[in-house]
Design a protein around this ligand. Sequence first.
Ligand SMILES: Nc1ncnc2c1ncn2[C@@H]1O[C@H](COP(=O)(O)OP(=O)(O)O)[C@@H](O)[C@H]1O
Ligand SMILES: [Mg+2]
Length: 260
Amino acid sequence: MQPKRHALANQKGGVGKTATTLGLASAISHRGGRALIVDMDPQANATEGLGIYTEDGQLTTADLMDRTEAGSAIDAVVATDWNGIDLVPSHLDLSNAESSGASDLVFRLDVAFEGLDLSPYDAVLFDCPPSLGKLLFAVLLTVDSVYAITEPTKDSVKGVTRLETTVQKVKLRPNPRLELSKIIISRRQNKGEHIDRERELREAYGDLVARTVIPDLGARQDAHSAEIPMHKFRGGRALSLQVAYDDLLDELGITIGANA
Ligand SMILES: Nc1ncnc2c1ncn2[C@@H]1O[C@H](COP(=O)(O)OP(=O)(O)O)[C@@H](O)[C@H]1O
Ligand SMILES: [Mg+2]
């Protein structure tokens, strides 16, 4: 069985897309599972967070967007030091895609994944760039499901509304299998605005909003800088983040060994 492909998206930057991608990868790794992370942000935060620094000539998502070749994504997959976690790394050159005039540009990522056997993986997670540009569209044409990541703040919540509209449009055509499957609140603090926005989101979207909330805790940045999985990090209330990512994995229905 092929695993579902999920995009972690919000055109607003700094809301926790990369942190949630790597947090879920950490939870999968901790359970002995396997995940493929596809870094579609030219800033390559997920790539570096997984301890990968690309070398000249190494294939990255920039190459996948630069050509049309069915199944070529497999050539760009590298293993990381995180047990069970593989990566298609990103490179700053990926930003060139936004200004490319190629008529088939937004279809190239889907073509790069065409026909691949991804059944060894329990999850395939696409970490998205912080804009509603061609790269995000390319991801939306390639995945089955979108997790909208949002901070409980006014601007990020507005981002969710716009993303929802975009998903609906892409679903009409050209990707009818696309679903907005969860809205995930991340970086939540116990303070006025955050509590109010969380309530508004839950009133507006009901069960679409994940019950699990990712708290804003210093351990996230420390673990990221150290390039190690949250589940191996000690201190800075890492345990609270480990529990949150474990709960989120369960809530999203990502199970280990289901595709074997
Ligand atoms: N749960 C969290 N607690 C504390 N800081 C966080 C958390 N999630 C993300 N951050 C920090 O916020 C910043 C932006 O997060 P990031 O995941 O890179 O956002 P995005 O990928 O949406 O741009 C980073 O410095 C990151 O370490
Ligand atoms: Mg990011």
